[in-house]
Design a protein around this ligand. Structure first.
Ligand SMILES: *Cc1c(COP(=O)(O)O)cnc(C)c1O
Length: 446
């Protein structure tokens, strides 16, 4: 069967050692290489292959056809920059088959995850009783939280047959997806300079005929496209006045809570009923890791606890904390542990510095853009996303430029759309991205 093989262990650990030692991580190419069928043909069959051959095939033909999102030159979508401590501990989680589903089975792993969650709750200013669990991503977090918003609306006095959620037009696509899954309609609140504000939410609730159906509101702390933090204090106040569930999607931006440079813009986040932050984005954890927190976890537990005869034992002790009770999942990897280990090893001050490096770089980039005659800054960055345009360029120009940057391995930079126009977008979070790299990219737009 699965004959143990020391050689295999050595091979794979060596590969990991080499990957960890890459400095810097090369950008590589994404979907540019094809012909995978040639390499993969016949690989999976009744008999196995020499692990060295399989690993070589992987590293030469497959791994090289994945753009490295942990390269300091990866500046698209949302990059990644997991610490080595977190990556290595991810291997520990894997090699130990660590799951963290229930307290009964995995108290040690759950206790450590909860310590990391508590740290995030403290940063946000959530009360002592707050808690939750780690889920696979912001999408899963938003879905799980919004289901609780819907199912507990009655407790807040909303007795509506067809509930709605108020969202800004800038909310992440996963919010609409979640609403679709749970069968809730969306009431779109016009943003004010791309921000959801308390007054605009209040106006919509006052004026729209279907406003009585609204049971919750989603605010974003760091929009994905532009890094804009909504008026959390204002939105939270209106939410409380209308007894709405107040969900804050801080999947990308939650990391800013570490930095006094931007902490003020999060004022009001402490009033959230639920909050999502992705450590696999700007908190230097490996995929897949999102923190989901609730102000009153018992509400989430009443919605998410799965009921099955074989699970009764994990619910015998009412006070025990089962991460499975707080989101749409049951068996779950102890995915909070790499973050926990890295936080414990490096300390929060290192996290503050790393987060601020990106904010400072975004601000410095904005100054370079302003100073360049061929470029225009679209808006002052709130966090670590910089939007700007090259005078006179059309979409095709941005696309060609972007393709050339990747071909030259100068950067992975994809254009976006802002106010209906093609726009260059740089997202910083890798602590080793330098201003020189940015200069090189801006220079290439002449
Ligand atoms: C990235 C992001 C999400 C989705 O998170 P995943 O981890 O990709 O599922 C949701 N909301 C915001 C604001 C995001 O930036």
């Amino acid at each position: 069967m699965f004959t143990p093989d020391d050689k295999l262990t050595e091979l794979v650990l060596d590969y990991c050692r080499q990957r960890l030692a890459l400095d810097p991580v090369p950008l590589d190419f994404g979907g540019s290489e094809d012909g995978f069928e040639v390499f993969l043909h016949g690989l999976l069959g009744p008999t196995g292959n020499d692990p060295a051959d399989v690993l070589r095939l992987f590293s030469e033909h497959l791994a090289a056809a994945v753009v490295s999102c942990d390269s300091p030159r990866f500046l698209s979508f949302i990059p990644a920059a997991p610490t080595k401590a977190a990556l290595l501990f991810d291997m520990v989680v894997s090699c130990s088959s660590l799951q963290a589903t229930s307290w009964l089975e995995a108290a040690g792993a759950v206790a450590a995850e909860n310590q990391a969650l508590r740290l995030l709750a403290d940063l946000a200013g959530l009360p002592e009783g707050a808690g939750g669990c780690f889920v696979a991503g912001g999408t899963a977090g938003n879905l799980s939280a919004l289901l609780v918003a819907r199912d507990t609306a009655r407790l807040r006095g909303h007795d509506v047959a067809r509930p709605m959620l108020a969202v800004s037009e800038e909310a992440h696509s996963s919010v609409a997806q979640a609403a679709h899954v749970i069968g809730v309609d969306l009431l779109t609140v016009p943003a004010v300079d791309h921000r959801l504000t308390g007054p605009s939410l209040a106006a919509v609730l006052r004026e729209r005929p279907d406003a009585a159906r609204v049971v919750g509101v989603v605010a974003t702390a760091g929009t994905t496209n532009a890094g804009i933090v909504d008026d959390l204090a204002g939105v939270g106040e209106v939410a409380r006045a209308h007894r709405l569930w107040f969900h804050v999607d801080a999947a990308y931006g939650g990391a800013g809570l570490f930095s006094p440079l931007v902490r003020d813009s999060y004022t009001g986040i402490e009033g959230a009923d639920s909050l999502v932050t992705d450590p696999h984005k700007w908190l230097f954890a490996p995929f897949d890791c999102a923190a989901l927190l609730y102000r009153e976890p018992r509400l989430a537990k009443s919605v998410h606890t799965q009921d099955a005869a074989y699970l009764d034992v994990i619910h015998d002790e009412k006070e025990q904390w089962n991460p499975s009770d707080y989101a749409i999942h049951l068996t779950r990897r102890a995915r909070g542990l790499p973050l926990w280990f890295s936080l414990a090893v490096h300390g929060t001050e290192a996290y503050r510095e790393a987060v601020e490096a990106a904010i400072v770089l975004a601000r410095a980039t904005a100054r370079l853009v302003e100073a360049a005659a061929h470029l225009e800054l679209v808006r002052e960055p709130d966090l670590s996303v910089v939007l700007f345009r090259r005078t006179g360029w059309e979409r095709a120009d941005y696309d060609a430029w972007s393709g050339q940057l990747l071909a030259d391995q100068t950067g992975f930079v994809l254009p976006t759309t802002w106010e209906g126009r093609p726009t260059a977008r740089l997202v910083f979070l890798h602590p080793e991205t330098t201003l020189e790299m940015v200069e090189e990219i801006l220079e290439s737009m002449r």
